[in-house]
Design a protein around this ligand. Structure first.
Ligand SMILES: Nc1ncnc2c1ncn2[C@@H]1O[C@H](COP(=O)(O)OP(=O)(O)OP(=O)(O)O)[C@@H](O)[C@H]1O
Length: 635
């Protein structure tokens, strides 16, 4: 009798074993396995979906809460009618007040732009533009804005930074919290991170006005970068257009050497024509970025003696000035001409800031130049369209007919008198303008020379003898520049402004573009001194007045540690010297030798090896004389 085969553990025997399992069990097993396979597939697919969603969400920028528009009266009541007790500070183009709003952001800082200031308006638009672009924890965020067309008032609402600006905290208030080295070092790192964030954007954002008073400290003394009124997008050639009449801000980037024109629409959907206060149909931002250099705006001015103006009668005198772009500024009489900002060239030159803006952005269409000039001349002059309408066809004919009739109605004596009077007036007016222009040019030249001399002697002076040559007048000049004295005086004259809080006066217009403006922040932080400081014993003033010169001298003597603020507690000498070295790296004369912000951050945080002292600051700089090299070679 054949014995019953035992089920073997080997897989080969499994088929025989399955034959022993009943059909319902088989069905259940198949169902179970199917269920597992399906659920496995489902899990995999959802995981895939989730990861792709993560990729998408990481590639799309995080959504910023939209900017809020406040009514001017709500801001007025939030700041107790902009009361002086609520004043936090005074900037170049407006005052900043503490405000209390209803939920969700109860305490805010409200910056009210000076009314009627074109530059203030431009900064307002720039701030709004960048507010839509920037979303960094190291940038002071803009909560909203207000624009009151009737009162010509613009205001920006920022998050409140309880500990004010770094300059006040370091130099005036001497915040005890910043007397600890660790906190001060963290401020330096915060600033570097903030700038790195800006430079890391695409296209990179250039702040253009970085200084201790534009670094604000929150309740926990975390530093954030503020004031983007002068900020720019970096690219080969950029035109930023805040479209009037549209609610979008368009950035048109034109890459040099290619025909590509990229248009990016940002999320700052806040600007419309009402922001422009009826200056022109071009926003100041767009205009300043695309017009040609001021040199191309030169209006040919002939001397008054040789000036030929066709005169019919003083009432109907028309002076037509022709710029290379055929700019035409209509004037009805010499009296009006006197009151109008006549020559676009003069008006452009009046404000160095505008010139700088334009210089930085060459190229552009000729048509825009006309807009730019019209904008500058502003509401004083009728719009081009009106002018065209008035001067066209029937209107012109009617005008000249009236004029002719009036002229014919005069008797000969009257005619002669009127002619003489008008000639005299025109001649005088032109003489006056000519003299003014000449004087302006001479003054400008003088100032340029003086500035160059002072900069050379003070900034490049490395040995004691040359530093002794810092005269009191040059120090005065520096102080004047640093404190923005000229601007302040001018502002006081016009608006009767009070001085800025804690003695800090906006230094932007005077400091921008000067050598000292490169990157003294790190040295200011470590030393607790202003870039130019004439306090302390007289013997030290000459040595230490110019922080950068002093740092340079100390570096050459190998005594950088002397620069560290004596009042600082628990100083990590190594870290302090590292900060100074990084600052000196940033202050090298050649821009290409200066490190990128990424490198600066790397050096400060230890992610990169610490920097060497730049050659120009080394204790024994190599001689530049060829004969010495030859002598060395012979030896
Ligand atoms: N969000 C804020 N929180 C607290 N204080 C602020 C805030 N914004 C500005 N301030 C204070 O108001 C002052 C003036 O600021 P503002 O940005 O108008 O001028 P500035 O940067 O000093 O000068 P400029 O306009 O010439 O750059 C600042 O120095 C700061 O003390």
């Amino acid at each position: 009798m054949p014995s019953r085969a035992l089920p073997s553990p080997s897989p080969a025997n499994q088929p025989s074993s399955t034959t022993l399992i009943s059909p319902p069990l088989t069905l259940a097993a198949v169902g179970l396995s199917l269920f597992f396979t399906l659920s496995l597939c489902f899990c995999k697919s959802t995981r895939k979906r989730r990861s792709s969603a993560a990729v998408i969400s990481s590639s799309t920028p995080p959504q910023k809460p939209p900017l809020r528009e406040f009514t001017y009266s709500s801001l007025r009541s939030a700041t107790a009618s902009f009361s002086p007790e609520n004043k936090l500070g005074q900037g170049g183009f407006g005052s900043v007040f503490r405000g209390t709003l209803p939920h969700p952001s109860p305490v805010v800082a409200v910056k009210v732009m000076d009314s009627g200031s074109l530059q203030g308006e431009r900064e307002f638009q720039n701030e709004l533009f960048f507010a839509g672009k920037l979303d960094s924890p190291r940038v002071v965020s803009v909560i909203g804005f207000s624009r009151d067309r009737k009162r010509r008032r613009l205001a920006l609402v920022y998050e409140m930074m309880d500990n004010g600006n770094l300059q006040d905290a370091l130099l005036h208030r001497k915040a005890p919290e910043l007397m600890e080295w660790e906190r001060r070092f963290l401020v330096a790192v915060d600033i570097a991170k903030g700038i790195e964030d800006l430079h890391g954007l695409d296209p990179p954002v250039i702040h253009g006005d970085l200084k201790p008073s534009n670094v604000l400290l929150d309740r926990g003394f975390n530093a954030k970068i503020a004031d983007f009124g002068l900020a720019r997008l970096k690219s080969d050639q950029v035109a930023v257009t805040v479209g009037p009449g549209s609610d979008e801000v368009t950035v048109t980037e034109v890459r040099l050497g290619s025909n590509d024109v990229e248009s990016v629409v940002t999320s700052a959907s806040v600007c419309d024509e009402s922001v422009n206060f009826g200056f022109t149909d071009q926003s100041p931002v767009s205009v300043c970025k695309v017009v040609e250099s001021p040199e191309t705006l030169q209006v040919p001015m002939t001397s008054p003696e040789t000036l030929q103006v066709p005169v019919t009668s003083p009432e109907t005198l028309q002076v037509t000035m022709t710029s290379p772009e055929t700019l035409e500024v209509p004037m009805t009489s010499p009296e009006t001409a006197g009151s109008v900002s006549v020559s676009p060239e003069m008006e452009v030159k009046r404000n160095g800031k505008e010139m700088e803006d334009k210089e930085g952005n060459g190229g552009g269409g000729g048509g825009k130049v006309k807009d730019y000039v019209t904008q500058w001349i502003g509401s004083e002059v009728r719009k081009e369209s009106e002018w065209v309408a008035e001067t066209s066809g029937a209107a012109m004919k009617k005008k000249s007919r009236n004029r002719l009739e009036w002229w014919l109605s005069l008797d000969e004596e009257d005619k002669e008198k009127k002619k003489k009077k008008s000639r005299r007036m025109v001649r005088e007016w032109w003489k006056d303008e000519y003299r003014k222009e000449l004087a302006k040019r001479v003054n400008k030249k003088k100032e340029k020379k003086k500035k160059k001399k002072t900069l050379e002697s003070e900034f490049h002076s490395d040995d004691v003898s040359s530093s002794n040559s810092i005269t009191s007048s040059s120090i005065d000049w520096w102080l004047e520049r640093l404190s923005g004295g000229e601007q302040l005086r001018a502002r006081r004259k016009t608006s009767g402004d009070s001085a800025k809080s804690c003695g800090g006066v906006s230094s932007t217009p005077s400091m921008r573009g000067t050598m000292c403006y490169v990157a003294p922040e790190c040295c200011v932080l470590v030393s607790g001194r202003r870039p130019l400081d004439v306090t302390g014993p007289a013997s030290e003033i000459i040595q230490r007045a110019n922080l950068m010169s002093w740092a340079r001298k100390l570096a050459r003597r190998g005594r950088l540690g002397d620069l560290v603020d004596e009042k600082l507690q628990c100083v990590d000498q190594e870290q302090a010297v590292l900060c100074i070295k990084v600052a000196l790296q940033c202050l090298q004369r050649s821009p290409v030798s200066r490190p990128s912000m990424k490198d600066v951050l790397g050096m400060l945080t230890g992610a990169m090896s610490p920097p060497e002292l730049p050659r120009e600051f080394s204790p024994s700089p190599q001689s530049q004389f060829p004969f010495k090299t030859r002598r060395k070679q012979r030896r």
